[in-house]
Design a protein around this ligand. Sequence first.
Ligand code: SF4
Length: 294
Amino acid sequence: MFTPIKYNEPVLRPPAEAYSAIIQATIGCSWNKCAFCEMYSSKKFKTRKLEELKNEIKVLADILPGTKKIFLADGNAFVLSANKLLPILSEINTQFGKIQRISSYALPKDILSKSDSELKELRKNGLKLLYVGIETGNDDLLKMIRKGETFNSSVDGILKAHHSGIDTSIMIINGLGGTEYSTRHAIDSAKIISKIKPKFLSTLTLSLPYGENHFQNKFKGNYQQQSIKDLFKELKLFIENIDTHNTIYRSDHVSNNLILKGTLNKDKNQLISVLNTAINDTKPEILPQTAKIL
Ligand code: SF4
């Protein structure tokens, strides 16, 4: 899509925002320390001036008047205070006539830093969905990947968003801890999903764009790469242990070795059956490719 907006590249967004207009409210990620993530390693985090954003929103509204969804980039635009976010949302609502949903990436700490009334005000102004990469429910692994969050902080942040009427789309990374932490990762990740019962859940697969050694140097544990067969087994254990209600589940990211789609718990048996077939059909020695996937 051609736009006269000069984005600060790379611009990344969740697969579900493929048809959304993107407003770069922040540049980079305010945390930028996760061991597995190279998405914004080339960028220094900064916020953008409201006047600049107003100009861009006006330009986008003129050329894309039918836009229904807006995604606020980059890594965690929700780090902005409610005082900074509200004028941006207001400008979006004024300039675009048919907005149904505004969304952004968020860390649990970005949600917890806002009061209930601020979250409700943001929701009232169209911020309806937050994408939260909790990555794993296992506290040891969260430390090893330097996520800066815990099982409890993730639960608290996400439930606080839900309580204010903001839905969440949660990401878990298949293979995040390698062979040694696989079982704990699957079980504790299922535990956290069962506790928060998000509207959307997706699994991505650990990708090592700069190779295993680069990741090893940042990962504070003993990482041993899993075969694709073992990744499927980990995913099966994760899904088997989830207890949620009407959570729309997708495993359709470019990093995934198998596409899975369903609603949990309703489609749990069908997803497990697809995974059983994949496990039986996959040779144990096949390793995932480590091409650059960001
Ligand atoms: S995974 Fe998210 S929070 Fe972690 S460094 Fe990447 S963008 Fe930032």
